[in-house]
Write a protein that binds this ligand. Sequence first.
Ligand code: DX5
Ligand code: ZN
Length: 223
Amino acid sequence: MQKQPILIAPSILSADLLQLEKQVKTLTENGADYIHVDVMDGHFVPNLTFGPNMVKALKRITNVPLDVHLMISNPDAYIEAYARAGADILTVHQEACTHLHRTIQSIHNQNVKAGVSLNPATSLSTIENVLDDIDLLLIMTVNPGFGGQKFIPQGLKKIAKARKMIDTEEHDILLEVDGGVDNQTVESIVQAGARVLVSGSAIFGRDDIVKAMKQLKEKAENA
Ligand code: DX5
Ligand code: ZN
């Protein structure tokens, strides 16, 4: 299978919310591949963030795909709302879904790409039986809930294992990594097999967010 290109997904969790429109436009006009939207409910994760209205507002200012990461309990109840709001990819957590296969079907029924995410402690074996059904696999390399946390190095083994699973069966799945992706960690993450890189603080925490994003992409492409 041909090697997929590297895609960068800046996470607006770390954006300056008072400058959000400007920052999103600046990044999307300068090569951001996705905009990553972290949805948190204060229940599945100990933090609260954005709802469907945020997705709707972003949709008005960019055509770049919106990569919506649902860190919420009972995601089934909100799939339609996020699809209507304009999500292009909807990623649910395996840990939040009792009937994961059904949830994936519900996302596809809305004509949206379906992703599944795994917390650091969750085994890849939990999604083995849905590999034929998903468009994206998101490996968390921090415990979800906050930006700016330290990369958990054990994640590298899991990324490599996921890459193998995807390639062996020739699944057409994007392998995305989220948490602690920065100039120090990006090379090993890409070498392990990730192709979609979420980055919050390593982009928005810098004065020149475009330069930061470009540096990260360059490092990833040369890894
Ligand atoms: C964490 C979120 C991430 C977060 C990553 O729960 O899912 O998308 O924005 O932030 P950094 O890149 O700062 O680790
Ligand atoms: Zn995320």
